[in-house]
Ligand binder design. Structure first.
Ligand code: SAM
Length: 552
């Protein structure tokens, strides 16, 4: 179902059918300087940081003081209303929103009566980044802004995961993109910067109403014609790939509802937290997307997603059998995490999985129980906690991996230059990491069919060498290459490799350098030179050295 304009009014979601009113609101927000920096300045570091931890008390004190003193303009009212769950009388709102007025805010379904005054019905906050200019994003109020547990069809604001995905998406210009599970539409703000047409899907009509509201509120900054929104963004209601069956996209992005949730025979779809739970057992929603996404990718098209995956105690042995008893929880082999994701990838698809974190089942359960404020009823909390642990135990899950993944349908089915890569990188990355991911994919692609000996290489600008040795030792025991930027990898080097890398200055070919270094070190010269050329793949694909193009 295509839900482009005219969009029906959805209860408990912002209303976006009156463009004049949306423009009036944008003007009021601009006039009040409702920007991230201004909010941070008003609140001060400590209160602003507390708000970042969902603690509103310090910020409330600042806003109350500021309102009491008078003269701070409209900003304290906006901050109190949209971020802190405070109630305001009609006159205060008329003053803070001179063009929209209290009646306009009510018609947009952004506020609701609260005793003598009004309080926010949604969260509305500024968003800006290196890609997106100053905008505002409406989403549902968080648990810290309203009483009781979250609604089950809660529409998420811009969270850490949203930012992680936005920073990882490679922003090359493309014709057609798909966002699966758009929520409040934050990824669309970014996709509009490099995709000509976007289809955004969600299983929730409330989420689509928020996304539409946000696009139209910010149409001037996003460069979208409100009269012809559907020429740039089509909003479609439906589950997973069903709304786009038979279509192809150059790019698919998704921060899907990947949270692993225990299933029960008595559960009802309306009881699920749709922002995080796709209603499938274990990690099978992610599995189904990894398997099926290539169906909607154009040749050369790519998909980028965040995901959770289960890490089992079962380790596949050399004979391919699973030996459950060989391992106990916590003893999974270092590469056990790859087993599930690897088995999901369809033949002919290229994939890069980066595991960023591993969580124990107990910690995972506690995190997601806390997330929806399910801890407020102790008995229900304990029962749900047991369900999580039983569910994980049933599948011998020792840990839950979190990470990001990239898939590509090759431009030519028989050429898979990237292949499959599984990496665990748990340290902080330089953000946005996307340009570095792109550079490493391109570097890997460029090696296909090339004679490594002919490559002319240079050490990447951000790479330094570290040598560590025992006091008094003649030679270093450990030689490390370290990247200062991007994925911030380190790699161990042998002494011949260290000599080879230090000689990579863009002058001579890798073959000449390997031969020269091999002649200087102990051991079989041919074998050493061959080993050095073999290490070129690791050094290039991980970005420690780069090729000098068009040399000579
Ligand atoms: C984690 S939120 C992501 C929101 C937003 N894209 C972001 O990056 O912050 C997941 C979204 O997927 C939607 N969703 C849940 N189940 C779905 C399904 N079966 N098909 C499509 N979307 C689904 C939810 O309603 C929610 O908006």
């Amino acid at each position: 179902m295509n839900t482009s304009a005219p969009f029906s009014v959805i209860n408990h979601a912002p209303h976006s059918n009156e463009q004049d009113l949306l423009d009036a609101l944008a003007d009021d927000l601009t006039r009040a300087c409702y920007h991230q920096e201004a909010v941070a300045t008003l609140l001060g570091d400590a209160s602003h940081e507390a708000l970042g931890r969902d603690q509103i008390v310090p910020a409330k004190l600042v806003v109350e003081r500021s309102l009491g003193a008078g003269g701070a303009g409209a900003l304290p009212v906006l901050v109190g209303l949209w971020l802190l769950g405070m109630s305001f009388p009609d006159e205060a709102l008329q003053m803070a929103f001179p063009r929209t007025g209290t009646a306009g805010l009510s018609r947009l379904q952004l506020i609701e009566p609260d005793g003598e005054g009004f309080r926010a019905a949604v969260d509305l906050r500024p968003h800006a980044s290196d890609v997106v200019a100053q905008t505002w994003i409406a989403s549902d109020l968080g648990a810290h802004q309203r009483p009781g547990p979250l609604r089950h069809d809660h529409v998420l604001g811009v969270g850490r995961a949203s930012a992680t995905l936005a920073q990882a998406v490679i922003r090359r210009p493309v014709e057609r993109a798909l966002e699966l599970g758009t929520g409040s539409g934050i990824q669309l703000f970014y996709l509009l910067s490099h995709c000509r047409r976007i289809v955004a899907t969600d299983i929730s009509d409330r989420a689509l109403a928020f996304a539409r509201f946000n696009l139209l509120l910010n149409h001037r900054v996003l460069g979208v014609d409100p009269e012809r929104l559907e020429e740039r963004v089509g909003l479609r209601l439906g589950s997973l790939l069903e709304p786009v069956a038979g279509e192809e996209f150059d790019l698919v992005v998704s921060n899907p509802p990947f949270v692993i949730t225990p299933r029960s025979a008595s559960e009802r779809p309306e009881d699920r937290y749709t922002y995080r739970d796709g209603g499938m057992p274990g990690d099978s929603l992610v599995e189904s997307l990894v398997r099926d996404l290539p169906d909607v990718l154009a040749p050369g098209g790519t998909a980028q997603m965040l995901a959770n995956w289960e890490i089992r105690t079962q380790a596949a042995s050399d004979d391919g059998e699973n030996h459950v008893d060989e391992m106990t929880p916590g003893e999974e082999s270092p590469d056990a995490w790859e087993a599930g994701p690897r088995s999901w990838i369809r033949e002919g698809t290229e994939a890069w999985f980066i595991q960023r974190d591993v969580t124990a089942p107990e910690v995972y359960a506690e995190t997601w129980l806390r997330d929806a404020s399910q801890g407020r009823d102790q008995e229900a909390h304990d029962a749900a906690y047991r369900d999580y642990l039983r569910d994980f135990a049933d599948r011998d899950v020792a840990g839950i991996g979190f990470g990001m993944l990239w898939l590509r349908r090759p431009a030519q089915p028989d050429r898979l230059p990237f292949g499959l890569r599984f990496e665990e990188i748990t340290h902080p990355l330089e953000q946005p990491v996307a340009p570095y991911l792109q550079a490493q994919i391109e570097a890997t692609d460029s090696l296909l069919g090339r004679d490594r000996a002919e490559l002319v290489l240079v050490v990447a600008d951000d790479v330094t060498e570290e040598r560590h040795q025992r006091p008094g030792a003649q030679h270093p025991g450990v030689i490390l290459l370290r990247q200062g930027a991007g994925l911030r990898r380190t790699t161990l080097l042998g002494s011949a490799e260290a000599g080879f890398v230090s000689a990579c200055d863009g002058e001579f070919s890798a073959g000449v350098l390997a031969q020269a270094v091999a002649s200087l070190v102990e051991g079989d010269e041919r074998e050493t030179a061959a080993n050095l050329l073999a290490s070129v793949d690791r050094l290039v694909t991980q970005g420690f050295v780069t090729e000098v193009r068009n040399k000579g």
